[in-house]
Structure formats: C-alpha cells, structure tokens
Design a protein around this ligand. Structure first.
Ligand SMILES: C[S@@+](CC[C@H](N)C(=O)[O-])C[C@H]1O[C@@H](n2cnc3c(N)ncnc32)[C@H](O)[C@@H]1O
Length: 218
C-alpha cells in the first residue's frame, strides 16, 4: 500500500489536475463501486482512470476470474504499476475518450460495465461531453456505468453539470450514500439504461456530437 500511496502523491504533485486526488480512494469507496457489477456470467468490464488500482482490486475480487477486465489510464507510471499488480487485467496507457477503439481492437463491441475513476468535476464541459459520449457509444443497452464524486465538490458548477449529463444520457441514475471513510468523503453514481442518442437531451446530444467530431478531426 505504501508504494501506491507514495507514487500517487508524487504524481499528484506533478499533475494535480489530471490526478485530482492526493491519495488513492479507500477500500470502502472501491467496494461500493464494485458492488454494482454483475455477479454472474462473463462480463466485459472497462475501468477508466484506475490510478494505482484501488477499484481494480475490488473489481478483480468481484469478478473472481470471470469475464474480461480492461483498464485505461493516461499516466504511464500508474499503468506500469497496475500491470505488475494485476496480471489478469488488460491495462492500456491511453485516454478514456478512446474506449471504443480499445474494445474494437480486442474484437469486443460493447462493455457490460464501465467503472470510472475519472475526476469529472474537474473537467471542462467539452471534456465531460467527449468522455461521456464515448461511454454512451460503447456501453451495452443493459450495461451499467459507475462513477464516484467528492461530496465537498458536489455543488460546484462542473459537478452539477456532470450530474445533469448523467440524467440526460441514462434512464436511471442512482446516487449512493456518502462514504465517510474516504479522504475526502465521496459518493457513487450508478447509471443504467443508456438512452439511444435520440432520447438524450437535445442540447447534450448536440454538444456530444460536435465535440466528438472536432476531437476526431484534431
Ligand atoms: C482521482 S484519480 C482516481 C484513481 C483511482 N481510480 C482511485 O480512485 O484511487 C483519477 C485517475 O484518472 C486518470 N485520468 C485522468 N484523466 C484521464 C483520461 N482522460 N483517461 C484515462 N485516465 C485518466 C488519472 O491519471 C488518475 O489516475
């Protein structure tokens, strides 16, 4: 645990906006995230922003050798550590916005679950739209999207915007209880029944499409 924590602190000091937290999430939050995953079959689980593996540990425990577990992490030092710690996880250094490509390269067209460790409340509106558009595009119709957020930031405009975006993209969004055993305290969003693009809020739909197109072109 010491190695992960030290690396996390170092990477936070190097790039605070991207790393977003000074220490990894607690096991309590990780358990809440993983508790939503299917307990049967062989699901394809994609983890975005795994960091040093706080959620990865619990996802692996929950899967117990079933299915596929793919992880996309921008930070190559975190990714190297994850590969050592979790040989059963397919860890890729890359931007979560490329999640569809990640699946396609492995002959998969849908994820049954997407578990996000990304700091959405620090992201601009275009980036939120881009990343959630990517999630929408590759989540199975009966798939589940799980994300966490910090309580202290929940009323900030970007956090509220993210919450509205979830409501716009999914038929069902649940907000879990506050997990006090985390620094800082956090809660978990669980979203299901991804809406077809026609049913998403028209403004969000337009923004997602236009940002995705401009990003693809860049
Ligand atoms: C708040 S940390 C969470 C790490 C871990 N899930 C946890 O809870 O301890 C956010 C993580 O997302 C990664 N990240 C940020 N933007 C990303 C992106 N666009 N694609 C992939 N990973 C990203 C960061 O490098 C960092 O590891």
């Amino acid at each position: 645990m010491g190695i992960e924590r030290n690396l996390f602190i170092r990477e936070f000091l190097r790039n605070p906006l991207r790393t977003a937290s000074i220490i990894p999430s607690s096991r309590s939050v990780a358990r809440c995230m993983a508790a939503t995953l299917p307990i049967e079959g062989d699901p394809v689980v994609v983890e975005l922003g795994p960091g040093t593996g706080a959620f990865t540990t619990e996802i692996q425990r929950r899967l117990g050798g079933r299915g596929r577990h793919l992880a996309m992490e921008l930070n190559d030092k975190f990714a190297a550590l994850l590969r050592d710690r979790f040989p059963a996880v397919d860890v890729v250094v890359g931007d979560a916005a490329h999640v569809r490509r990640l699946l396609g390269e492995r002959g998969l067209d849908r994820a049954d679950a997407i578990v996000s460790g990304l700091p959405y409340a620090l992201f601009s509106q275009p980036l939120q739209h881009l990343l959630m558009g990517a999630v929408r595009d590759c989540l199975a119709p009966d798939g589940i999207f799980v994300a966490f957020a910090y309580v202290h930031a929940a009323w900030s405009p970007p956090a509220r915007r993210f919450s509205r975006l979830l409501e716009s993209l999914f038929g069902e969004v649940a907000v879990g209880k506050i997990v006090w055993a985390n620094l800082p305290p956090a809660f978990v969003y669980t979203a299901r029944h991804v809406k077809s693009p026609q049913h998403a809020n028209a403004r969000d739909r337009g923004a997602i499409d236009s940002w995705r197109d401009s990003w693809r072109d860049s």
